[in-house]
Design a protein around this ligand. Structure first.
Ligand code: E4P
Length: 217
């Protein structure tokens, strides 16, 4: 299972990269705004900075919502860096654009996916990644993990190459549940990745080992 970090915060991206378990980054317009990155020039430069600090795929989302503009914006994003994946919303013009990018060999991440039908369409169009949003479904009392399960079944039935990128992951249990179901990738905050480290028995066990070692020396 690949681990992506879901942030535009360069320090957190560097910290996850330094841990040695990071496979990529996802961003979205809200995450960019949260870091105070505004204006086209700054936003494009920030994508390049992120790419220069990680080894894997970096999703950069288009703002355009009509076909011609999505193509123009997506091609410009793809030209920024070899690691850029063009993130396209699950709308009709987005699906058409994903097919265009597929034919051009440009990687895509179909975002804002909330149903198995949407995920099927994204795979048919040739999306590299599909992003079902677990946390946001749970926010409205829907079963986000069941959606991952359904998409896994459908993709396996037909050997679709599209990777399931479990998104809107909020905590460590989401990461584990997605791993059990067989999501190809999860994207979440640094806390969800680092949180996997923690167990009280590890801490108390280590303290005891160190204490006993001191006694013996
Ligand atoms: C997906 O790529 C999105 O950036 C993200 O996972 C959304 O997460 P949120 O629902 O916590 O905002």
């Amino acid at each position: 299972m690949k681990f992506f970090i879901d942030t535009a915060n360069l320090e957190q991206i560097k910290e996850a990269q330094a841990l040695g378990v990071l496979d990529g980054v996802t961003t979205n317009p809200s995450l960019m705004a949260k870091e105070g990155i505004t204006g086209e020039k700054n936003i494009l430069q920030h994508y390049v900075d992120i790419c220069n600090n990680v080894t894997g795929d970096v999703s950069a989302e288009v703002i355009a919502t009509d076909y011609d503009s999505i193509i123009k914006e997506g091609e410009a994003l793809a030209k920024l860096h070899a690691q850029i994946v063009v993130k396209v919303p699950m709308i009709k013009d987005g699906i058409k654009a994903i097919r265009y990018f597929y034919d051009k060999g440009i990687k895509t991440n179909c975002t804002l996916v909330f149903s198995a039908g949407q995920a099927l369409l994204a795979a048919k169009a040739g999306a590299t990644y599909v992003s079902p949003f677990i946390g946001r479904l749970e926010d409205i009392s829907s079963d986000g993990l069941n959606l991952i399960d359904e998409i896994r079944l459908i993709y396996d039935n037909y050997n679709f190459n599209t990777q399931i990128l479990a998104a809107s992951v909020r905590h460590t249990m989401h990461v584990l549940d997605c791993a059990k179901i067989g999501a190809d990738v999860m994207t979440g905050p640094l806390s969800a990745i680092v949180g996997l480290l923690k167990h009280p028995l590890t801490d108390s066990g280590l303290a005891k080992f160190l204490e006993d070692h001191k006694k013996g020396n």
